[in-house]
Design a protein around this ligand. Sequence first.
Ligand SMILES: Nc1ncnc2c1ncn2[C@@H]1O[C@H](COP(=O)(O)OP(=O)(O)O)[C@@H](O)[C@H]1O
Ligand SMILES: [Mg+2]
Length: 244
Amino acid sequence: MTQGIEVRNVHKLFRIGDAQLHVLKSVSLTIGAGEFVGIMGPSGSGKSTLLYLIGGLDRPTDGQIAVGGARLDTMSSDDLAYFRSQTVGFVFQSFHLVPTLTALENVALPGIFAKVPHDARMAHATALLHKLKMSDRAEHRPSQLSGGQQQRVAIARALFNDPPIIMCDEPTGALDTQTGRLVMRMLRALCTRAGKTVVVVTHDPGIENYADRMILLRDGRVIDDYATRQRPALDALEESVPNP
Ligand SMILES: Nc1ncnc2c1ncn2[C@@H]1O[C@H](COP(=O)(O)OP(=O)(O)O)[C@@H](O)[C@H]1O
Ligand SMILES: [Mg+2]
């Protein structure tokens, strides 16, 4: 099944007391399966809100969202949770790792919810850490890892259920430039080599070196949507990126 993302006339309003905040205003866009799309825009323009809607973490106030032909806006909460677990891996700016668990246990966490037996989920998590070149840090806790290492653990965790779509909210926002580029190359490799659809929300213009397409948001509207000039070539990627 194709995992294209279709957004049609989506509105999102937040109610805060008596006030209403109209955060997304008739947003329409399409993201093809296997595409790497960057979403940019000023702070507060609605990027995270849009990402959470297409990832099924929240629902639109109005409009339609379909992923792989399945309508998220009309799905029951249980179906939405199942959809997320099977279809989307999330990566966040602040990693969202569980501080009391080791890197390996963090990666294996989705396996608990998916009822994967202990040995199988540890073996799978070990293989994922290996792909992310993090084998030597498997027993470290998040506080014992650098930001870049923590984000690699978070990416490995996002890949646990082998979701076709990876969604990232400012994945390099807490990293230095060099480490941020490594994470971007890893995401690019997941798209080019493993065929993942990758959606990255960021305010880093360097995203254009990795994305196939850019969508620009301003004040809750799509103000531009264009193909990047050069599709990044696989041989432009360094050997240090994972080969999933
Ligand atoms: N759960 C929420 N409740 C109320 N307001 C929210 C909520 N989430 C986001 N907002 C508001 O919506 C606007 C867009 O937020 P967001 O999507 O996080 O923007 P961005 O990611 O582009 O910085 C902001 O004004 C923010 O304060
Ligand atoms: Mg945001």
